[in-house]
Design a protein around this ligand. Structure first.
Ligand SMILES: [Cu+2]
Length: 145
């Protein structure tokens, strides 16, 4: 019995360390003086992402490249696993995006809602994370957190 418990414990530990090593690469574009963007990069790092920050004085071409329409814009733009993650999106939605791999360009939390990851203040309501499709149609809700 003890041997079985030990074996499953070893297995659990092995799984845990494999998970810890598997850091997902993320590239985050931001304007140089954006401090909430920097805090969001730190938030991603804390949650297991390997973040490369690229300072972009003009974010317009980046938003255009990744299909982030004006109504969908946050501050920074991240690229993770081939998806665009715009603004202060909570990590739960990113992980769901990466595991479900839907046929969209990415997800966004438009604006800079108080209390969202990297933002100060306290949360006043639930966050609506929207799908980015690159189409003009009204964006669908990807998740509510
Ligand atoms: Cu921000």
């Amino acid at each position: 019995m003890i041997r079985m418990v030990t074996a499953s414990l070893v297995l659990a530990l092995a799984t845990l360390s494999a998970m810890a090593e598997e850091r997902v690469a993320a590239t985050l574009y931001k304007i140089p003086n954006c401090s909430c963007c920097k805090k969001y990069a730190d938030y991603l790092r804390t949650n297991g992402f390997d973040v490369t920050v690229i300072e972009a004085p003009d974010m317009t071409p980046i938003k255009q490249k990744y299909g982030v329409g004006k109504n969908l814009e946050g501050c920074h733009t991240a690229v993770i696993g081939g998806y665009v993650v715009e603004g202060h999106v909570p990590v739960g939605s990113i992980n769901r995006l990466l595991s479900e791999k839907p046929a969209i360009k990415g997800i966004t939390l438009p604006g800079m809602p108080p209390g969202s990851p990297g933002m100060s203040g306290s949360k006043t309501g639930s966050f609506e994370i929207l799908s980015i499709t690159g189409q003009d149609a009204a964006p669908a809700v990807f998740a509510t957190e």
